[in-house]
Unconditional design. Structure first.
Ligand SMILES: [Zn+2]
Length: 347
């Protein structure tokens, strides 16, 4: 081989070898490229070295110099590529397969949601369906249609959250009773869960926004007997209560009205801290729907009668789960919610 051909061959080995080494994407590809370029047995550098023997004596120094340049360059390229690939690998987090697995985080239902679903389940079996309505209401739906006199203290700005433009945040879920009566012909049996809003301070037993659940039953010939019978079935199912009692009360939208108490499940009626020594726990307000409410919703009060009740599922969750402060229900504290979720899952 003459010098000219040898130098051209050296250029080609250097060019091809550089490309092969630089394009190696991982350590395995780099090792394959190293064997092909710098390998002791079949590498192209080795072949170039052996070709030196065929160079004439006077050309050998020039050819040898070119060979050394090409080999040095390819060797250093290999080293730098190897170092770069090793840096890339060590930058990635390495799995430690000996670590224990991470426990999957499971969501769960809020205690108030659990109580509402349980109440809904009981009333569904008694033929009730669910009705919903808007949280922002007009004064007529919230008060007027429900027989609140215009000077009733509940209408006071100190008690109600009024909106700009004359609306308000409903102070109870009862406007949905009126909306349901306007929309459907009796017989009607609906359960109405939803938020209600009042200008209450946020303390151990009050919240400015709270869940309420109401029931409404309207048909021909419905009497107070139906109210008592249905609510007694509910109390027995939900509280396991053997005894209930009805106390006369007053609401603008029912006549007559009654508060229902269940016998305290903790002391069995002898009196304890949970029932404040009375032996009874107040759970809901109820009554026969006032004829004026039926008329306001366009229902013939001569033909139809019915009853309604309303209760606070947060209060019921508190007594069911022994929660000391209603604010815990709004805190989103996972340690508390996980306890309830766990105990609810066991039941
Ligand atoms: Zn008690």
């Amino acid at each position: 081989m003459d010098l000219q051909a040898y130098l051209q061959e050296a250029d080609a080995v250097e060019r091809d070898g550089s490309a092969a080494l630089e394009s190696a994407a991982d350590t395995a590809a780099l090792e394959a490229a190293r064997i092909a370029v710098l390998g002791d047995r079949q590498g192209r550098v080795k072949a170039l070295q052996e070709a030196l023997r065929s160079i004439s004596k006077e050309d050998k120094p020039a050819a040898g110099k070119r060979f050394n340049e090409a080999r040095t360059k390819l060797e250093s390229l290999h080293e730098s590529r190897k170092a770069a690939l090793s840096r890339e690998t060590s930058g990635k987090p390495r799995e430690d397969l000996s670590l224990p697995g991470r426990k999957a985080w499971r969501g769960a239902k809020h205690p108030v949601t659990l109580v509402i679903e349980e109440i809904e389940g009981i009333f569904r079996e008694l033929g009730f369906t669910i009705a919903l309505g808007p949280d922002a209401e007009t004064e007529w739906y919230n008060f007027g249609a429900l027989n609140f006199p215009p000077n009733h203290p509940a209408l006071d700005a100190h008690d109600t959250l009024y909106l700009e433009g004359g609306g308000l945040l409903r102070t109870h879920t009862s406007p949905v009773q009126v909306r349901t009566l306007q929309k459907f012909e009796p017989p009607i049996r609906v359960l109405i869960p939803g938020y209600a809003y009042r200008r209450d301070f946020f303390d151990a037993s009050h919240a400015p926004a709270f869940m309420q659940i109401e029931g409404l039953c309207i048909d021909e010939g419905i009497s107070f007997v139906d109210l008592k019978a249905t609510l007694n079935v509910f109390a027995a199912r939900f509280f396991g209560a053997a005894k209930t009692r009805f106390r006369p009360s007053f609401f603008p939208f029912t006549e007559p009205s009654a508060e229902m108490d269940v016998q305290c499940g903790i002391c069995g009626g002898s009196g304890c801290a949970a029932c404040k020594g009375t032996g009874w726990i107040e759970i809901l307000g109820s009554g026969m729907v006032h004829p004026k409410v039926l008329e306001a919703a366009g229902v013939d009060s001569e033909r139809y009668t019915g009853w309604a009740f309303g209760m606070g599922p947060a209060r019921m969750a508190i007594s069911r789960y022994g929660i000391p402060d209603i604010r815990i229900l709004y805190d989103s504290d996972m340690r508390f919610l996980e306890q309830i979720a766990g105990s609810a899952g066991d039941r």
